[in-house]
Design a protein around this ligand. Structure first.
Ligand code: K7E
Ligand code: CUA
Length: 655
């Protein structure tokens, strides 16, 4: 969530702002209590490796950072929804299709949440999924290559914030809408905003995940026009169900900070997705027209392709009964979390003074007994008390997100009172609390959302940094804090700055993937249409005003390294194949005046930089990645002649 919204003063939020100022932004203690043996517990000696991989969302940078825990060291930035000049993602011809959407090329998004793949509810860490909020998309990263392999756009959605969430066996990744919008044809959608209640709808999308990770949009449920927020799949006994938090059940379309906070309770929407599957098997649902891009990287050609999809299967749970139930939940819930057993469902109402915990067993009984207290937009509302296990009383202010340690404890982040509260899932008793510096959003325990948390550590992702680090002008790095949660009391071990604005993160033991890492791509397997296998095949070819440069790179030269006969106005394609078959030897390629980024080519791969020279002259090109003692020598010249020139096209190396 964005702090600016919470801190804007209105009648409704003034009191909360006051509380936030008093307790959130200016905690009494400095928090510098982390001394002594804490230092040794986060110390990873030179040459040693971290115990956990932490996959951290970058928020408004549209990327993911990979951080080692407990050290907090940044290991890699993986570009996902944002073009990345560092390696040419979104600039190279091969990667541009990955950022294609029904709106065309969209090289930025706002990435908030991570979902690591699971089997039987436990991390298998084959893939990481992440959401793009602004132009609704879900991405899949391969955790053996740390590359974005696939992006699927979500039609009939706006503000894909409630996303992505994973079911127990990675059957689906699931995405809900933040902004309800009209969901008809483009022409139908041109309606007055004040017809919100009549025309605006939410959707929740179920994206099937295949054995190789491949995503396809299986179906969408059309829902009332509420705003969905953070959500979780059931697991164990609640497998087959899904729990969405909702706010703005008032269905306001203006001044939401007041108008969406009227009701005492919003809802958790419980979805029986197995029931939805039954309906689909029985032939229910409507295929409706929808335009959305599905982009995939092919490792054989090192090239992404984009396919425009045309329809989606929609189910209307108003007609198809027993899919959707609403559970009242105070007040504007931001997160719904399910404990490792699948029995307890925790609602975190960001404006509520308590944390309600629902029981799946009681919920099922209430449904069986039709223990309802009316309807919301045609869907049954379950009686609050009937589904309630109990409440955590006075936990703190502004509960947002809850994670679990697998030892019967829950940990909830409190944005307004700027603290983490530890409580017992059964007894609901508060066991411990610790301040965070400052204004925590998400917290993350390794395996925290799974059936088998790895426990040990917890990371707080804080929205406000203030005085934690050396100041860097108006904008400060966001701040994470690592806690030891192995004992009864949470203990602060480390502060570390982060990349972008992290929201959610997931961590898992390094042993799950560290020995499976891809080190090179086999050159024999490279089926790129413009691959050059061996420097002897390097050449230049003209096709009208297109010039294809079949180029190789190996320590420490490009072949060819002298090129003549290119003319102003030509489109020059440098197809660079890195012939290296050694780990950790990429080569880069850049040429003077190119209106794009470099390309960084992994061992055995081919990447293409397109360049349209705008003037005659001599243009040097060079390798950008320090690859050997003769890296500075890894360079070449390209001559550009006027458009009407008769200079013959030729290339050479060593002549
Ligand atoms: Cu709470 Cu976007 Cu997950 Cu941020 S959201 S904190
Ligand atoms: Cu290749 Cu530097």
């Amino acid at each position: 969530m964005k702090i600016k919204q919470v801190f804007r003063i209105t009648a409704v939020s003034a009191a909360i702002v006051a509380m936030g100022m008093a307790t959130g932004c200016r905690p009494q203690t400095s928090g510098s209590q982390s001394v002594g043996d804490a230092a040794s517990r986060v110390y990873v000696a030179p040459g040693e490796h971290d115990e956990f991989y932490n996959i951290v969302s970058g928020g408004f940078n549209g990327q993911i950072s990979v951080v080692g825990l407990p050290s907090g060291r940044v290991l890699k930035i993986v570009p996902v929804f944002s073009a990345h000049p560092e390696n040419g993602y979104g600039f190279s011809e091969e990667s541009k299709p990955m950022l294609n959407t029904s709106h065309g090329y969209v090289p930025w998004d706002d990435l908030h949440h991570i979902a690591i793949s699971t089997t039987n509810g436990e991390h298998d860490a084959r893939w990481a999924f992440a959401n793009g909020n602004n132009t609704p998309r879900i991405a899949r990263l391969n955790l053996n290559t740390f590359e974005t392999e696939e992006i699927i756009e979500i039609p009939n959605s706006a503000g894909n914030h409630s996303s992505p969430f994973i079911t127990e066996n990675t059957e689906y990744v699931i995405a809900g809408t933040r902004f309800s919008v009209p969901i008809g044809t483009d022409e139908d959608n041109d309606v007055s905003i004040d017809t919100y209640k009549k025309n605006f709808r939410g959707t929740v999308s179920f994206i099937k995940v295949g054995n190789q990770g491949d995503m396809s949009l299986a179906f969408q449920l059309v829902t009332p026009g509420v705003n969905f927020d953070l959500s979780r799949a059931g697991k164990g006994k609640s497998h087959g169900w899904f729990f969405f938090s909702t706010y703005n059940t008032e269905q306001a379309h203006t001044l939401l900070e007041v108008n969406a906070s009227q009701r005492d309770k919003d809802f958790i929407m419980a979805v029986n997705w197995k029931k939805a599957e039954e309906y689909i098997k029985a032939g229910e649902g409507n295929l409706v027209k929808a335009r959305y891009a599905h982009n995939k990287l092919d490792h054989n050609t090192h090239t992404a392709s984009s396919t425009m999809m045309e329809e989606v299967l929609q189910l209307d749970p108003k007609l198809l009964k027993d899919i959707i139930y609403f559970i009242p939940c105070p007040k504007s819930p931001h997160g719904t979390d399910v404990d490792p057993t699948g029995e307890y469902i925790v609602g975190s109402g960001k404006l509520a003074a308590l944390i309600p915990v629902f029981s799946f067993t009681k919920l099922m009984k209430a449904i069986e007994d039709k223990d309802f207290e009316g309807e919301y937009d045609g869907h049954p509302i379950i009686r609050y008390e009937s589904a309630l296990h109990g409440v955590v009383d006075k936990p703190g202010l502004g509960p947002l997100h809850t994670e679990f340690d697998g030892r019967g404890n829950a940990y909830t982040s409190m944005f307004v009172s700027s603290e983490i509260v530890k409580w017992d899932i059964e007894t609901l008793e508060v066991l411990d609390r610790t301040p965070t510096f400052y204004s925590i959003g998400h917290l993350s325990i390794p395996g925290g959302p799974t059936a088998k948390p790895h426990g040990k550590y917890m990371v707080a992702y804080n929205k406000i940094t203030k005085d934690r680090y050396l100041p860097t002008g108006p904008e400060l790095a966001h701040s994470a804090q690592l806690f030891d949660i192995s004992g009864d009391k949470m203990q602060l071990l480390l502060d570390f700055p982060t990349i972008g604005e992290p929201h959610y993160a997931e961590a898992f033991p390094a042993t799950l993937i560290k020995d499976k890492q891809v080190k090179i791509y086999r050159i024999e397997d490279n089926n790129h249409p413009y691959v050059t296998k061996g420097a002897g095949n390097a050449r230049v070819e003209r096709d009208g005003n297109k010039v294809h440069v079949y180029m190789t790179s190996i320590r420490s030269h490009f072949a060819p390294d002298n090129i003549e006969g290119v003319k102003v106005g030509d489109d020059v394609y440098f197809h660079v194949t890195n012939l290296e078959q050694d780990w950790d030897v990429p080569h880069g390629f850049a040429i003077k005046g190119a209106n794009t980024a470099e390309i960084l080519i992994m061992p055995g791969a081919t990447q293409t930089l397109k360049w349209t020279p705008d003037r005659p002259g001599i243009f040097p090109f060079y390798c950008t990645d320090f690859c050997s003692a003769l890296h500075q020598e890894m360079s070449g010249y390209l001559r550009v002649s006027p458009a009407n020139s008769t200079v013959a096209l030729k290339s050479s190396l060593g002549e």
